[in-house]
Every structure is written in structure tokens, then in C-alpha cells.
Design a protein. Sequence first.
Length: 189
Amino acid sequence: MMNGKIWTISNMLSMSRIVLMIPAMYYFVTPMQFHREIALLIILVAVATDALDGYVARIRNEVSEFGKIIDPLADKVSVAVVVVMLTIYGDIPLWFTLVVLGRDVIIFIAGLYVKRRTGIILPSLMSGKVAVSFLALTLVFPVLQYPSLDDVYHFFQWFTLALLAYSFTVYAQRFFSTLRAHRTGSNFS
């Protein structure tokens, strides 16, 4: 059962990340001058809420079970919307999207499994936050479609893949150690 902290400033910041994807995608698909730049600005505001929600939760003592769920879920939904749109428009390769979405789906399902088996809601890890931050930076390049930055984009794409793989490994280690500690009765969270 979750504690009662749902409608807090930090949780609303997390939820706003999902809501911001609506105007971001509207501008992304609407042919007008600077439409991709406007979409990118909205996406960057969403990225800023990701940095801000955890900070606000800590300083206002708003850390909650719901926050531990909505923050990573908002990250995953926002990333999914952006990478799917970029894939549909041919701006990023399908394999890259499948890696990003596959990682997120596996982490999400593993988190649900841990919650069901142990009652523990596992919060986001710093390695995941860093990987998602670099993913957001990487996605700036295909959103803007500036051919002069293609080499920079490709560098960031491979660097981000390495960070995503590393963070996935860290999440997997935590998943197994949490289940192992629960099975042996250790006090682990």
C-alpha cells in the first residue's frame, strides 16, 4: 500500500513530464517554421522537470512510494514517445529505438515483479538517470536535423548505448540482490 503523498509538487512535476509530450509531439508533427525547435524546447522543459522533481521531493520532504513509481514511469513514457516519433519519421534507426524501449520495458517489468514478490518499490538509480540524461541529449540531434552535427550525433548515440547497457547491468544486479535478500530474510531495500 502506498503512503498518502500523491498530490505533491514533486509528483506533479513528474506527471507534467508526460503531459508535456502532448504539445511537444503536436509541434513535432505540425509543418510550420521552427516546429522541431519548438518541440525540442518543450522536450527540454520536460527534461528539466526530471532534474527538478527529485530535488523538490528531498528538500520538501515529499519522497513517497507514488513518487518512486511516477518518476521513472514518466521518464519511460516520455522517452518512448520521443523515440517512437523519431523512428516513424525516419530520424533514428529502428534498432536504436528497440534497444531503448526494450531496456525500459524489462526494467519496468522487473520492478513490478520485485514489488509483487517483496513489497519493495525500487527507486530510480543514478546510473539510470545519467543514461536517460545522455539519451535526451542524444535525441536533440535527430530532432533538430542539422546535417552538420551528424558525426556528433553518432558519437553520442554510441556513448548513450554504452551508458544504457551499464545502467541496465546495475539495475539487473539490484533486482537479483533484492530478491536474494528478501528470500534470505535480510533487511535490504
